[in-house]
Ligand binder design. Structure first.
Ligand SMILES: *[C@@H]1O[C@H](CO)[C@@H](O)[C@H](O)[C@H]1NC(C)=O
Length: 420
């Protein structure tokens, strides 16, 4: 059905690779988050093996062609007005055929409870904003995505999990991986950066949309329309290693989506001002991005009690020592950060800046993924739409604390951006 799919340029997107080895002490809840496949990510990418692979816990097969699908829902509108939302991550066979509903014995219910119980509340709160059902039935939607597609991953079979893993741990890993991957694919921002914003009057050609996304991401996605209205996108990947902690290899879409070549409508979500205006505050409490972005900044930590305690050093850690200067590039709604140590990225949930980001995480680190948001009279740092950052403890003296996105660790804080 499809031709041979070439890896376009070998750019890799490692997920979680910076999260190990783990040098920070971990609490009981964190142990769940450290699910590790033990698989190498240096072998063949899925669909690119030249010999039969026997360990299907570490080589995704037969569903080695992955689609990260996103929605642009406007009737009714779902999710933030300035973001596409997650549909799922589907394992197609290498020829584009696919399997579904592969193991009804693992059709888990109460996905929200599984995530909460296994230390993935940060992923859950992100899902409540960005992985939303058009009828508000989020739990059913998540259950459907897991049972229909998640159960088909060979690398997520329960026999692949470390012994003693909690029931449903592979589903938790699936949702965490999908969220992490989605955060590296900011379709709305990539289009907006090319002045392609939702409008009730404008129409776009398919080539305008596709080339904007290709120039931002390096790869061609497939765009789908309902009549002539844009409503979904598929970003394609192969994977090296396991879905739990493997390396995603982006590829061009092997086939185009259903949009016509011109006259494509990209309507605003209701409540949005339709391009150029301010976006509405979402129920998750995230504020519109705002303010001009300083090119050099310090990032100071403001704890939930309102006190200011130190800030970020050049490696991205939290400390009360002299703060590092961060170089910010891009716009308030989408920028990259670097320090004297190297580029900064969130990988495996941790904020890290270092020279290894350039090679190890070039795909995600080269893409703008941070936002400047106005909150409580300050301009604060957001990642993937969330202004929440956490650590295991407040630093004192010479200690440095690892900084995590979301609010999964015990000490919550925000990072205030001040011009340096
Ligand atoms: C790749 O590995 C899979 C799984 O073992 C196998 O089914 C397939 O035939 C292999 N492809 C090649 C070209 O050897």
């Amino acid at each position: 059905m499809l031709g041979i799919i070439a890896i376009a340029s070998g750019v890799l997107l490692p997920l979680g690779s910076l999260a190990s080895p783990f040098v920070t002490p971990v609490g009981p809840m964190d142990l769940f988050k450290r699910l590790s496949s033990g698989c190498s990510t240096s072998g063949s990418a899925s669909c690119h093996n030249s010999t039969v692979q026997s360990d299907l816990c570490c080589f995704e097969s037969p569903g080695g062609l992955l689609l990260q699908t996103q929605f642009w829902d406007t009737d009714p509108s779902t999710g933030p007005s300035d973001s596409w939302t997650i549909h799922g991550l589907w394992p197609d066979n290498c020829d584009g055929t696919y399997e579904e509903n592969c193991d009804s014995s693992r059709d888990y219910t109460d996905i929200a409870g599984l995530l909460e119980d296994q230390g993935a509340s940060d992923t859950l709160s992100y899902m409540k904003q960005y992985w939303v059902d058009i009828n508000g039935e989020n739990e059913q939607f998540w259950e459907h995505e897991w049972s229909t597609h998640g159960t088909c991953y060979s690398t997520l079979q329960t026999s692949c999990l470390p012994s003693g893993s909690a029931k449903g741990a592979e589903a938790v890993a699936f949702f965490e991986t999908v969220v992490k991957l989605f955060k590296t694919l900011p379709t709305y921002t990539w289009l907006a950066n090319e002045d392609i914003t939702p409008s009730s009057s404008k129409t776009y050609t398919l080539s305008t949309l596709t080339s904007a996304l290709k120039s931002a991401s390096g790869y061609t996605p497939a765009l789908s329309c309902s009549s002539s209205t844009l409503n979904s996108i598929s970003w394609y990947f192969n994977i090296k290693g396991s879905l739990i902690d493997g390396t995603f290899v982006p590829i061009d879409a092997p086939e185009s989506g259903s949009c016509p070549s011109n006259g494509i409508k990209y309507p605003p979500k209701s409540g949005s001002s339709g391009g150029g205006g301010t976006s509405t505050t979402t129920s998750g409490g995230s504020s519109p991005t705002s303010g001009s972005l300083p090119s050099k900044a310090h990032l100071t930590a403001l704890t939930s009690s309102g006190s200011s305690t130190g800030g970020l050093l050049s490696a991205g850690t939290w400390s009360t020592q002299t703060l590092a200067t961060y170089t910010l590039a891009g716009s308030a709604s989408s920028f990259t950060m670097s320090t004297s140590k190297g580029k900064c990225a969130v990988s495996g949930g941790e904020l890290t800046c270092g020279s290894d980001i350039d090679s190890a995480s070039s795909f995600s680190a080269s893409q703008p993924e941070f936002q400047q948001v106005s909150s409580g009279g300050n301009l604060v740092l957001a990642y993937g739409g969330s202004t929440a950052w956490t650590a295991d403890a407040s630093p004192s003296g010479a200690t440095q604390e690892t900084v995590y996105t979301g609010s999964s660790h015990s000490k919550d804080f925000t990072l205030v951006i001040t011009s340096a």
